[in-house]
Design a protein around this ligand. Structure first.
Ligand SMILES: Nc1nc2c(c(=O)[nH]1)N=C([C@H](O)[C@H](O)COP(=O)(O)OP(=O)(O)OP(=O)(O)O)CN2
Ligand code: ZN
Length: 148
């Protein structure tokens, strides 16, 4: 029987599923493209030479067909493993600027942390599934990145 207006058949239904993980890391906002003075003026307390820390919270969202047989967009067990490999292992309890080679010449703003996570998560997940990376640097500072 044809699907009624405004709905999709089971095979076509699309869902979004997210998993949230946290990691703790320290960093310093400092651009290699700016002078020490410019860095201090731009980033203020976040340019403190000895750094500062955050308890980051990351929400990874995938978007895809809800499989008619399994009932899943992705098995959360698989998503959990990708998050462990891409986020927790490389970033948790690390100095982002010194322990993560990517940030040697890239400022460790939350925007750039989101890009780092996106670029690695996209390689770890099945094609065309990753939809959004949302990072809470603090309870008040939130970044969303969708690969644009
Ligand atoms: N565009 C961005 N601006 C800033 C970023 C960033 O990632 N992207 N990050 C920082 C700092 O890392 C800083 O740690 C933010 O801390 P702070 O402003 O102190 O955090 P809160 O807003 O939660 O603290 P309050 O003291 O309650 O204001 C700066 N800028
Ligand atoms: Zn910070």
């Amino acid at each position: 029987m044809a699907a009624s207006r405004g709905t999709s058949s089971a095979a076509e239904r699309v869902g979004y599923i997210s998993r949230i993980e946290s990691f703790s890391a320290c960093h310093r906002l400092h651009s290699v493209h700016l002078s020490d003075e410019e860095n201090k003026t731009l980033y203020g307390k976040c340019n403190n030479p000895n750094g500062h820390g955050h308890n980051y919270k990351v929400e990874v969202t995938v978007r895809g067909k809800i499989d008619a047989v399994t009932g899943m967009v992705i098995n959360l067990t698989d998503l959990k493993k990708c998050i462990e490999d891409v986020i927790v292992v490389p970033l948790d309890h690390k100095n982002l600027d010194k322990d993560v080679p990517y940030f040697a010449n890239v400022v460790s703003t939350t925007e750039n942390v989101a890009i780092y996570i996106w670029d690695n998560m996209v390689k770890a997940l099945p094609p065309n599934l990753l939809y959004e990376i949302k990072i809470y640097e603090t309870d008040k500072n939130v970044v969303v990145y969708r690969g644009e």
